[in-house]
Design a protein. Sequence first.
Length: 155
Amino acid sequence: MPVVVSNIVEVCVFRFVSDTPEYLLLLRSKDQSVYPDIWQCISGKIREGERAAEAALREFSEECGLTANRLWVVPHCSAFYEPRRDEMNICPMFAIQVSPQNDPLLSREHSSFAWLEYDRALERLVWPGQRDGLCIVHEYLLGEKSAAQLARLPL
């Protein structure tokens, strides 16, 4: 029987350029053992004893080197089955807003980045859970001021 685990976080990074949100997508390096050469938001493992929001901020810092201006918990979890470990993964999602003038400093895990408007970002994401998460960030957090206030976390 598969085990249910929650040891991965996803982080949707965005900025505003002339009042238009742009989303940061990273291209996984070709030498990565898991999902090489696909576009994604930031993702990473939660360390033992680490809270999910702490892991999101750490992975954000490690994978793009930008400074977070604001942090939200996204009312969405991606779920996927990992056959090698017979695990059902539940991944909480977070959103981070950054300043528009800086570009990320990529880790070895990624070979390229793109700042994309919503429709273009959706086209590049492979997994339905990633698309659903981006949609919730775009429509729920950025589109409804009251919802964004309820979901905001302190930095």
